[in-house]
Design a protein around this ligand. Structure first.
Ligand SMILES: Cc1cc2nc3c(=O)[nH]c(=O)nc-3n(C[C@H](O)[C@H](O)[C@H](O)COP(=O)(O)OP(=O)(O)OC[C@H]3O[C@@H](n4cnc5c(N)ncnc54)[C@H](O)[C@@H]3O)c2cc1C
Length: 385
């Protein structure tokens, strides 16, 4: 499908609430339109701003009913209607906005120079290197990250010590209630907060930054840096645990990754061996809400980081990252990392940006056909391998 048509579909799906005839809402609307519709991402944007919503495992639950007709829970949710184009124009330089990847000031291939960081990271360790640099340089005094929790559930944590941040790398494919933790952190003494966020989490933060209701509450100005993660989907904790329990001892898992789509596998690393599971099985574990997400590259961040694609093949590429820089703040941080020798840069192979654009557009196309809950193959979201 050509670009114009996909973008028109996306625009219609994400039209401003007023255009779609949908008003602003409160907890009741959140419950009907998001939680009961299976669209909740588990990000926790509605948690820790009122006592009625809570994170439980990888879900968000309602503890008590609330009859306010307008609530931050609804406003901040990444799955309630929003004019994403208008949001982009508010937060980014309009001349940087591309239809496929959002705002883009530069596209790079990088990795951490510190081999200890790389060993504890998912790919090239770019995210961990940038977060630890931002903490060390005082650009932020706290970072909200997803650390290892129990039994495949990540634990959202706020850290101030660069050494600790350096040990919290690696991707956890079950959702982390990162925004709930951010909502808690802004009420503490932290003054400048950085967040590592998946696309839905970054969108929730963007909604907080632009909605007038936030201004009356204060705190959002503490958000100083958003490092986005490319994301095809996240997995349901219950479903993933069920699949993996049959094949291994969950306590022995040290990490996971999804190589390029032609491998069609989830790799699970245990102490001792790598177990490969077909994506046919894993696709059944994808969170329902992820099928409705059209953002593969965390468009609402300062810079976004994903796995790299290199002509040398996956074994080399997996040790590098692709980085989209979106804002001046993001560019300043990347350039600082270059000057300090924190990141190593590699020439971007011809065609990489076009492939990423195509993969991103594919995710938008699939999501545009699923205005609510979908059930298709998550594999089609991934970067072409
Ligand atoms: C659910 C999920 C799906 C992804 N899908 C893709 C994909 O389709 N294509 C692609 O190219 N890349 C994808 N990624 C990103 C990729 O796995 C790496 O995170 C990215 O390449 C950065 O690598 P790194 O070595 O710089 O990260 P690291 O230096 O290891 O840092 C990883 C950071 O991610 C944070 N984190 C880990 N798990 C979560 C989580 N569940 N929620 C929020 N933050 C988390 C950690 O706090 C840490 O700061 C996905 C990541 C996640 C979490």
């Amino acid at each position: 499908m050509e670009l114009g048509k996909v973008m028109q579909q996306v625009k219609e799906r994400d039209a401003a609430p007023a255009e779609k005839g949908e008003g602003l809402g409160g907890q009741k609307e959140l419950e009907e339109m998001v939680l009961k519709a299976g669209l909740c991402t588990g990000c926790g944007a509605c948690v820790n701003i009122c006592p009625y919503q809570a994170s439980y495992r990888d879900k968000t639950v309602t503890l008590h009913s609330c009859d306010l007709t307008r609530g931050r829970c609804y406003d901040f949710c990444p799955r309630t209607p929003a004019d994403l184009g208008a949001l982009q124009r508010k937060l980014y330089d309009e001349s940087d906005i591309t239809p496929e990847l959002g705002a883009m000031r530069g596209f790079f291939i990088t990795r951490a120079t510190d081999t200890a960081i790389r060993r504890q990271s998912q790919h090239g360790g770019t995210v961990t290197a940038l977060i630890t640099l931002a903490l060390r340089e005082g650009l932020i005094d706290a970072a909200v990250l997803a650390g290892e929790g129990e039994g495949l559930l990540p634990q959202a944590v706020t850290v101030s010590d660069p050494e600790t941040a350096g040990r919290l790398g690696k991707s956890r494919f079950v959702v982390s209630p990162t925004v709930a933790e951010f909502n808690r952190a802004i009420r503490t003494e932290c003054r400048q907060i950085g967040v590592v966020a998946t696309p839905c989490q970054a969108l929730a933060l963007a909604k907080m930054r632009t909605q007038s209701v936030t201004a009356t509450e204060g705190g959002i100005e503490k958000l100083q840096l958003v490092i986005g993660l490319f994301c095809g989907w996240a997995l349901s904790w219950r479903d993933l645990s069920t699949v993996l329990k049959e094949k291994m001892d969950l306590a022995s898992i040290t990490g996971m990754d999804i190589p390029p789509s032609r491998y069609h596998t989830l790799e699970v690393y245990t102490r001792g061996e790598t177990i490969r599971i077909s994506l046919d099985e894993i696709n059944l574990c994808v969170r329902e809400s992820c099928h409705s997400c059209g953002d593969m590259t965390a468009e609402f961040s300062d810079l976004s980081v994903g796995s790299a694609r290199l002509p040398e093949g996956w074994e080399t590429a997996r040790q590098w990252n692709q980085v989209i820089v979106r804002t001046e703040r993001g560019l300043d941080l990347l350039e600082l990392a270059r000057r300090r020798g924190i990141l190593e840069f590699k020439e971007v192979p011809g065609g990489n940006l076009e492939k990423l654009k195509a993969a991103s557009l594919n995710k938008k196309r699939v999501a545009a056909t699923r205005p609510s809950v979908g059930n298709g193959s998550g594999d089609s979201y991934r970067q072409a391998g």
